[in-house]
Write a protein that binds this ligand. Structure first.
Ligand code: FAD
Length: 458
């Protein structure tokens, strides 16, 4: 009897899953395995919001497998040791896994290959599971990756995508493959109140609703802060409860004015993944240094604290930071504003902000978090590294009526219209009605002058 192991990592789905499909092409049995990896926890990456979402995903995956005659096998420990142990227990001939891009994932793959080969077991790595166009598929003549998005996007758009596949009809799991209990979401401490539900079933529902409802207007409304007009598919793409290849196919089929803008954002996701795959150190080191001598977390303690707590005195920034804490998620425009404010206006090291985001974001992702932070800090791939987003101008543009601020900053809920973006201009009773809402912690022109001096622009 031929037995394969399919190691699930950030690809927690049954639909359009090349490793599972490959394992099932041969008659025999399959062990669908998830390892609660000690290495991920040791790196500080296993945070309450993502663990809660993960618990949903594992339950849903198990339910999907049971409906097909199988089940999920869950183990805890060092991922490579656990895979090797399962391979021995069930006498597996091969292991299938999705390719991934971080330094950790690359080391995991190299170790798996070495140790499985020593056991006489073959490792198959599938590269279109988590990316639409895998890293390295398109590259400029003189480099192993694109450092600028526009030419990347042109080449990316010209790639022919593989066809998608349905979920398998049946999965047979050997009885000898023992599993731990699945982790549960209930009772976990420090989980954001408004955290969305995880799992493939939920992801597929959200995608279908998005194609019917939000996609058409996406091009015009993606930056509308109050409108909540983006897909919120990012946690599902991060955990792989949706296949990015399937998402792009279905969005293109749906067509219409929003589809092109949406697919472009999906290409940004691949763009950052191909940068990180080629330069794994960009998770912590400047991709392109600008000679910054950032203020550290310790030197800027009070400012960093105010930023984290949503008490900077700039309502749009504070709304964004409070939404992050409350939902474990925020829209892309809010992320840009919060990141510009920390790095450019407060001149604090981008790593301080990236760490805070990773502690809370349910979609917190090494490639997309770190490289978006670097983009905004001007140490990454932005071709205009010194751009500074003015939080008041941006708020007036992307939250013209102030509804986003009023939703997240209750102290300002009585202030009508766009005046909510500049509470320091309110007078008398109106200002008093804002209660303990703080005055701005920094003057925007002082912040700008500090940044320009630091970058040698003045
Ligand atoms: C400072 C900062 C940190 C970020 N951290 C993360 C992160 O940890 N994880 C993450 O998935 N995204 C991150 N992003 C990118 C982006 O903001 C989110 O993917 C997006 O806001 C998620 O909401 P959505 O699914 O509604 O996006 P939509 O606007 O509906 O976009 C659809 C999908 O396209 C992709 N996408 C959109 N914008 C980007 C982008 N700028 N870069 C890469 N992919 C993009 C995402 O997968 C997203 O789900 C970050 C952006 C910034 C500026």
């Amino acid at each position: 009897m031929h037995v394969s192991v399919v190691l699930f990592t950030s690809d927690l789905r049954l639909h359009d899953h090349p490793p599972l499909r490959a394992a099932l092409t041969r008659p025999g049995q399959v062990v669908p395995l998830f390892v609660r990896d000690r290495g991920v926890a040791a790196a500080g990456f296993a945070v309450p919001n993502r663990l809660a979402f993960l618990a949903d995903c594992l339950h849903d995956l198990d339910a999907g497998l049971r409906a097909r005659g199988g089940r999920l096998v869950v183990r805890s420990g060092d991922v490579v040791d656990e895979v090797c142990r399962v391979v021995t227990e069930v006498d597996a001939a091969d292991v299938h896994v999705a390719a991934d891009v971080s330094a950790y994932a690359q080391r995991r793959e190299a170790r798996l290959r070495r140790e499985l080969e020593a056991q006489g077991c073959r490792l198959w790595v599938h590269d279109t599971v988590n990316s639409v166009v895998p890293p390295g598929t398109v590259a400029p003549a003189a480099s192993d990756h694109f450092a600028v998005f526009s030419p990347y996007f042109r080449r990316w758009s010209g790639q022919r995508l593989r066809d998608t596949s349905d979920a398998p009809r049946a999965v047979r799991v050997p009885d000898s493959a023992g599993s731990e209990e699945l982790p549960v979401r209930e009772g976990r401490a420090a989980v954001s109140e408004g955290l969305p539900a995880g799992g493939e079933t939920e992801g597929r529902k959200r995608l279908t609703a998005w194609l019917r409802g939000g996609l058409a207007a996406y091009g015009d409304r993606q930056d509308d802060l109050a409108g909540d007009a983006t897909s919120r598919l990012s946690p599902h793409l991060h955990f792989g409860t949706l296949s990015p290849v399937e998402v792009v196919h279905r969005v293109r089929q749906a067509g219409g004015p929003g589809a092109e803008a949406f697919v472009r954002q999906m290409a940004w996701r691949d763009f950052h993944r191909q940068v990180l795959a080629a330069r794994p150190d960009a998770a912590t080191a400047d991709y392109r240094t600008r000679g910054d001598r950032w203020r550290s977390e310790r030197a800027a303690r009070a400012d960093v604290e105010a930023w984290r707590e949503g008490r900077t005195g700039y309502p749009a920034i504070d709304a964004a930071m409070r939404q992050l804490r409350r939902e474990g998620w925020m829209p892309g425009r809010a992320r840009l504003l919060a990141a510009s404010f920390l790095t450019k206006t407060l001149y604090v090291d981008w790593r301080v902000g990236a760490r805070h985001f990773l502690r809370l974001l349910v979609d917190g992702d090494v490639a997309n978090n770190q490289l978006n932070w670097q983009w905004m800090a001007g140490t990454g791939t932005d071709t205009r590294p010194n751009r500074v987003l003015n939080p008041v101008v941006q708020a007036r543009r992307h939250d013209p009526d102030g509804a986003y601020v009023r939703r997240w900053v209750p102290e300002l809920s009585a202030v009508e219209g766009p005046a909510v973006h500049e509470p320091w201009r309110l007078r008398g009773g109106e200002r008093a009605a804002c209660g303990a809402y703080p005055d701005p912690i920094v003057d925007l022109s002082d912040g700008l002058a500090r940044f320009r001096r630091a970058r040698g622009l003045d």
